[in-house]
Design a protein around this ligand. Structure first.
Ligand code: NAI
Length: 512
């Protein structure tokens, strides 16, 4: 089934943050839009405020005045649901309440033609449940936009048990023609993004709870090494802890208390205290006037050693640290390949440096009888990373640790030393994101490509979690998860069956 023709009337119900944005997207794409809200005057207010926003974009030369005029001319207020009778597609974006939504769809079934597609922008209600009891449940589908809808590219096209594939295809093609990045998803709790993103918050919260580092340091590492636009603390302060905590609780409950989705006590504390983030002036950070944002803890460089004298010996296969080795040699550090070092190890001055494999440094040093062990965290790209976490075993000397810090300083990379903890910060986060993504694929929620697209375009991740796992090596990511599970003895870190299968086959999530 192709995309709707531009002559199709699109109905949008609910003129709040999402409905207004969806109406704007459809009107900008050339469709006639009828916007309905049950609070009198609200739909017109939404169109007026859209006009003001678009006028600003004309000033910034993003649109011509004519384009804006045409867009606004395509937007019309519907006075009642009856005004949506001629619509070919109706997108509902009202309050997140199943009974209220069901009542709307019930009315729409009697108002609209039998072939009108009925879509919901719900973030958390099952499309299968919404469609239950409808006369034509096969035309009910999720069309899940992200906030702000005119800017965020992702649209999850969510099929319930009864949704006709042709209906989903039509919405996919329509979203594509609206300039969006649609992905297909099966109606399961959290769909794709709200499920796969849970570990991004959960692992930072746990690291904080275990006092591995402070919020500012963890945020800075996720950005400077991980390439994420925001860290988990600043992001949840922005989203609002009431909202973020409620989503986590709803996903946790929906998966019958699976510990992978366990809510965080430190976030619950914030909610209990009314510290909801930016909107209340206090969350993990303080936003009161004059409050200073805390800075990340950076290891200061001690100049006890002449950097030019630090030698770097590397094993024949440095694995994922190849980018770091290249950067060291570009910076003039003497890098020599030696045969006596095990795979993945670097000797930097007095230190033995390795990428975390999910074991604590103390454990790894003991297991492999290593001295002067320093572990480095994962970076999205070691060539461009600006900040990185290191940890060490208690037996590692200050001098050996400083040799690594000085070398990284030479490369312009800031170092934060974090408490010796399994999988450090970025590796732990990425491994858990990839694990959740793998499970979503295993369970047929979406394809590997769909999950990665969703995470890149719905929450701006710098790389899809599965493509990231592919680039690290799926077997290595599985090892990290296995070691995390061993360390904690918790089911939360169990590797997905799909991850294990691909790791055993030495394969990848995406065809290379
Ligand atoms: P909102 O509170 O900003 O707007 C909801 C609008 O619906 C209000 O203007 C309200 O007057 C209207 N409304 C309520 N009951 C109605 C009814 N029976 N008939 C007609 N209009 C009615 O809410 P928001 O944030 O726009 O969310 C709407 C939907 O979109 C929810 O299902 C939410 O889960 C979903 N969503 C929200 C996102 C967000 O970031 N805010 C992101 C993606 C989805």
């Amino acid at each position: 089934m192709p995309a709707f023709k531009q002559s199709t009337v699109i109905g949008v119900i609910g003129a709040g943050a999402m409905g207004a944005g969806i109406a704007q997207v459809a009107a900008q794409a050339g469709y006639q839009v009828k916007l309905y809200d049950n609070r009198e005057g609200v739909a017109q207010i939404a169109i007026d405020s859209m006009a003001k926003q678009l006028a600003k974009l004309v000033e910034r030369k993003k649109f011509t005045a004519e384009q804006v005029q045409q867009t606004l001319a395509r937007l019309e207020v519907a006075d009642s649901l009856n005004d949506l009778a001629e619509a070919g597609l109706v997108v509902e974006a009202i309050v997140e309440n199943i009974d209220v939504k069901k009542a709307i769809f019930d009315t729409l079934e009697s108002v609209c033609s039998a072939d009108c597609i009925l879509a919901s922008n719900t973030s958390s209600i099952s499309i299968t449940r919404l469609a239950a009891g409808m006369k034509h449940p096969e035309r009910m589908v999720g069309m899940h936009f992200f906030n702000p809808a005119p800017i965020m590219k992702l649209v999850e096209v969510v099929s319930g048990l009864a949704t006709d594939l042709k209906v989903a295809i039509c919405l996919y093609e329509t979203a594509l023609s609206w300039g969006k990045k649609p992905v297909y998803a099966a109606s399961t709790p959290g769909f794709i993004v709200n499920r796969v993103a849970r570990p991004f918050y959960a692992e930072s919260f746990r690291l904080r709870q275990e006092q591995v580092a402070d919020c500012a340091t963890l945020d800075a590492l996720l950005k400077g090494a991980g390439g994420f636009r925001m860290g988990a603390f600043e992001l949840t302060d922005m989203i609002g802890h009431d909202v973020n905590y409620a989503v986590t609780c709803s996903v946790f409950d929906a998966y019958y208390g699976d510990f992978r989705f366990q809510p965080s006590l430190i976030q619950k504390d914030l909610v209990d205290a009314g510290f909801l983030g930016r909107k209340t002036g206090q969350g993990f950070y303080c936003y009161q006037e004059g409050a200073e944002k805390p800075e990340a803890q950076i290891v200061s460089v001690s100049l006890s050693t002449d950097v030019s004298s630090i030698k770097c010996e590397v094993s024949e296969d440095v694995g994922h640290l190849a980018g770091l080795v290249e950067r060291l040699s570009q910076a003039g550090v003497q890098v020599t390949q030696v045969s006596g070092l095990a795979k993945g190890y670097l000797k930097v001055g007095r230190a033995l440096l390795a990428l975390t494999d999910g074991r604590m440094a103390c454990e790894r040093a003991k297991d492999e009888r290593l001295s002067e062990l320093v572990l480095v965290d994962l970076a999205l790209d070691y060539q461009s990373a600006t900040h990185i976490a290191l940890s060490r075993s208690a037996a590692t000397s200050e001098g050996a640790f400083n040799d690594v810090v000085q070398c990284l300083d030479l490369l312009g990379i800031k170092v934060s030393e974090v408490v010796d903890s399994p999988a450090l910060v970025v590796m732990r986060t990425v491994a858990m994101l990839a694990n959740e993504a793998a499970d979503a694929v295993l369970q047929g929620v979406a394809t590997a490509e769909g999950v990665d697209t969703a995470m890149c375009f719905g929450v701006n991740y710098p790389k899809g979690p599965l493509a990231w796992a592919d680039s690290i090596g799926v077997a290595d990511v599985e090892t990290v998860l296995h070691n995390l599970q061993q360390s904690y003895g918790e089911d939360r870190y169990r590797p997905s069956l799909l991850m294990r299968r691909i790791a055993m086959l030495e394969g990848s999530f995406h065809v290379k």
